[in-house]
Every structure is written in structure tokens, then in C-alpha cells.
Design a protein around this ligand. Structure first.
Ligand SMILES: Nc1ncnc2c1ncn2[C@@H]1O[C@H](COP(=O)(O)OP(=O)(O)OP(=O)(O)O)[C@@H](O)[C@H]1O
Length: 235
């Protein structure tokens, strides 16, 4: 297991949101977590990355206890977050946004950036464009590429489909599938059933800050099963 989360708790001030999340991710696995709005998906991602403090339980990543480490140390350990809403720098160019994701500006780093860009032909054509002038889908591709600049072993991907056209969604699915063949591990939180089914090896469901079940991706076609675990019938 590259990630082992045991009885994880966190929240905002005194408001508890994660009520004891337990889950594991194998090296190279793509794990999907399906849940409705407000069920704790973003809270889980931000707690795993260290943007929210862990108030109980443990997080082991790549053999190390990271639950009390600050975000930059988790990032150095190989964890990368692509946040909900993308958080692109709107006034910086695509190229500058990508440089912000790199540890430094050495020639080795720039070669690595070129290597990453081979996976994102659409971004190659937009390198000089302002981040804020990109479409939602293009911004999502940029956020993925920027995360990869930090050389993560595992990517945490928070609701990438939000506000994105279907044509770019397919491109994102294809890009992530290539990354899987290169050994990346992924935790994807989503409410889009098709997207999560297309990418996940295994799907957990989350309701009110607890994991309520586990489903195979093909089970997501069964509305009754989805409704039972997630409390919703449509994406
Ligand atoms: N900064 C905050 N302060 C207080 N409560 C918050 C804060 N952010 C989120 N919450 C609450 O925490 C709960 C979980 O929110 P979270 O954003 O993790 O859900 P989510 O599953 O990611 O849903 P969404 O898709 O709407 O982001 C919700 O009840 C939400 O209102």
C-alpha cells in the first residue's frame, strides 16, 4: 500500500467533518471516491495534503507517517494535489504557471517540463496564453500538468469534471490512463459517475464524512446500488 489512512478525522474549527475515514491505496492503483455535494470529499483531499489539520487517526504515505507534516513536506514525499477549482494563476502565462509547479529552474527541470508537455499537446499550443484566458477544461489540463511538475508518486484529484465540456473530459481521461501506465497512483474524488467509472480500479463511496461502501466501477451502472451507498441516482 502506498497510502494507508486509518480512522482519519478532521474538520473546520470545532465542526467535525471527517468522522473516521479508513482506506488504502495500492501502488499504481487508481481509487475513485464517489460522493454527493458536501459529503466531505474536498475536506478529505485537503486533509491528506495537509491544508487542513488532522484531528485524529493516521495517514501513512510511502512508508512514512505524514499526518502532522506541513503540505510542502508531503509534496516532497511524493504527494500532489490538483485542487477543486484548479487554482490557476490567472495573470501568469501557461508556461509560467507550469514553472510555478517545479522545484527549481535548472536545465534538468526544463527538460522534465518538456517531457510532461508531450502528454499535453493542447497546452503546448497555449504556452504564452494567460491562465485566466483558458477554458475550464484547458485550465484543468494545466492544473494536472502543473501537479506533475512536482514529480508526484500519487496525485489527489478533486472534482476535475466540474464545469468542463465532454470533449475535454475524454482528453483528461486518456491523459490519466497514460499516467497510470507510468506507475502513478491516484485518488480521485468525484460525483460524475461516467468519469469515475472510466478511470477507477475500485470505487469507495462517502457520505457525511464516512466511507459507506465499496463498488466495482461497472457497478456504477446500477442506479439502485449507487443510490444505496451514495444517496443519489444521477451524476
Ligand atoms: N471552510 C469551511 N468552514 C466550515 N465548514 C466547511 C468549510 N468548508 C466546507 N465546510 C463544510 O464541510 C462539509 C463538507 O464539505 P466538502 O467541501 O468537503 O464536501 P464535498 O464533498 O467536497 O462537496 P463539494 O462538491 O460541494 O465541494 C460541508 O458540510 C461543508 O459545508
Amino acid at each position: 500500500m502506498i497510502l494507508e489512512v486509518d480512522n482519519l478525522q478532521s474538520g473546520y474549527g470545532r465542526i467535525p467533518i471527517l468522522m473516521g475515514v479508513t482506506m488504502g491505496v495500492a501502488e499504481g492503483e487508481f481509487l475513485g471516491i464517489l460522493g454527493h455535494n458536501g459529503m466531505g470529499k474536498t475536506t478529505l483531499m485537503n486533509t491528506l495534503m495537509g491544508h487542513l489539520p488532522t484531528t485524529g487517526g493516521s495517514i501513512r504515505f510511502d512508508g512514512q507517517d505524514i499526518a502532522q507534516l506541513p503540505p510542502h513536506k508531503r509534496s516532497r514525499a511524493g504527494l500532489g494535489l490538483v485542487p477543486q477549482g484548479r487554482q490557476i494563476f490567472p495573470d501568469l502565462s501557461v508556461h509560467e504557471n507550469l514553472r510555478m509547479g517545479m522545484a527549481g529552474g535548472s536545465s534538468e527541470d526544463l527538460d522534465f517540463l518538456d517531457e510532461i508537455l508531450t502528454l499535453f499537446p493542447r497546452l503546448q499550443r497555449l504556452l504564452d496564453r494567460r491562465g485566466g484566458a483558458l477554458s475550464g477544461g484547458e485550465q484543468q489540463l494545466l492544473a494536472l500538468a502543473r501537479c506533475l511538475c512536482g514529480r508526484p508518486k500519487m496525485m489527489l484529484l478533486d472534482e476535475p469534471t466540474e464545469g468542463i465540456q465532454p470533449s475535454i473530459l475524454e482528453e483528461i481521461v486518456d491523459t490519466l490512463k497514460v499516467l497510470r501506465t507510468r506507475g502513478l497512483s491516484l485518488v480521485l474524488v468525484e460525483q460524475n459517475l461516467d468519469f469515475i467509472a472510466a478511470l477507477s480500479d475500485r470505487v469507495l463511496t462517502i457520505q457525511k464524512g464516512v466511507i459507506t461502501g465499496q463498488m466495482a466501477p461497472e457497478d456504477l451502472k446500477n442506479p439502485e446500488l449507487v443510490s444505496e451507498f451514495v444517496g443519489m441516482t444521477t451524476a
